[in-house]
Write a protein that binds this ligand. Structure first.
Ligand code: 5AD
Length: 322
């Protein structure tokens, strides 16, 4: 299906919720009732960026910073694999301590466990992305955050919107399953720009799209702002499902953090992926992108999925179209 920008804006502005059911039907038809799990490892909260909304921004002096060693990371991977995870996601701030060589070593050691590997480590050069791919990385997550260039500039001091887009197109060109996404409810963000975000996901032909409501962090300059609207965030996600059909869409932690039922609502409105956090308790707490980040474990999730007639899939890597 194709929707024009105006049609998307109309859906976003209307109180009508039909799009949620439509997205649920399309999700069922194209990717089924199975919910894929991705085991997330937050291996460093050190970041050179200063994104206004993010609790890990470089100017936040209250954060206790940490980085995990290769051995620590592999230990967590081992536990995840024992629990049955078939995809590992390595996420960190933009931390230059991890050289391309070190990252490639970590990637190839993880690939020895016969898992799919997703990286989420920010903006890099084409050569770096190629080296990670050659070392075995399968997927890459890099949210565009917002396609409104003025807002992008305000939210990301010293960052370059064109470079972010370049990264995403490089990742696609290198054959990564490429994930992007946006924040919903940034101060000054318009509904029109959310429609542009959705059209951007389509133009990129993103393989994965993660959408989350903005949640103000007390130690950032946006601490007086209000949270994004969960319903609107789910709507952006639902329209994305309707337009991109067979992609992977996570029910994001930020949705659950705003509402104890957020994740299930998302799974009933187009989402088919959940990303449980495998990071140990101590470091998980220190990876505070936004406050009250909730965790979910596999057993709880399994029980809750049963109530909506869905189930966990652990016997596949969960690639798009597989
Ligand atoms: N609220 C919600 N999501 C946030 N992110 C960063 N800061 C916040 C916040 N305050 C999201 C960004 C980033 C992802 C890892 O976390 O979209 O890409």
């Amino acid at each position: 299906m194709n929707l024009s920008k105006k049609e998307i804006v109309d859906i976003l502005k209307s109180p009508d919720m039909d799009i949620f059911n439509e997205a649920d039907t399309i999700r069922k038809k194209y990717v089924g009732d199975g919910v894929h799990l991705r085991g997330l490892i937050e291996f460093s909260n050190i970041c050179k960026c200063n994104c206004l909304y993010c609790g890990l921004q470089s100017s936040n002096k209250f954060v206790k910073r940490y980085r995990l060693s290769k051995i620590d990371i592999i230990d967590i991977v081992k536990k995840g694999v024992e629990e049955g995870f078939k995809t590992i996601v390595l996420q960190s701030g933009e931390d230059e301590f991890y050289s391309t060589k070190l990252l490639c070593e970590i990637i190839s050691e993880i690939k020895n466990f016969n898992v799919a590997l997703t990286l989420s480590i920010g903006e890099k050069s084409f050569e770096d992305y190629k080296a990670f791919k050659d070392a075995g990385a399968d997927r890459y997550l890099l949210r565009i955050e917002t396609t409104d260039e003025n807002l992008y500039k305000k939210m990301h001091p010293n960052a370059d919107f064109e470079n972010r887009k370049r990264c995403l197109y490089d990742l696609k060109r290198l054959g990564y399953e490429t994930g992007t996404g946006c924040l919903v409810g940034l101060p000054g963000q318009s509904v029109e720009s959310l429609a542009d975000d959705i059209l951007f996901f389509k133009e990129l032909n993103a393989d994965m799209v993660g959408i989350g409501p903005f949640i103000p962090h007390p130690d950032t300059p946006l601490n007086k702002e209000i949270s994004g609207d969960l319903n609107l965030a789910i709507k952006v996600m639902a329209i994305t499902r309707v337009l991109l059909k067979d992609i992977n869409i996570p029910a994001t932690t930020a949705m659950e953090s705003l509402n104890p039922n957020g994740r299930l609502l998302a799974l009933q409105s187009g989402a088919n992926v959940v990303m449980p956090n495998l990071t140990d308790e101590l470091h998980k707490e220190m990876y505070e992108i936004y406050p009250n980040k909730v965790s979910i474990n596999k057993l709880d999730l399994e029980k809750r999925l049963k109530t909506i007639n869905r189930y966990i899939v652990l016997d596949s890597f969960g690639f798009r179209n597989h």
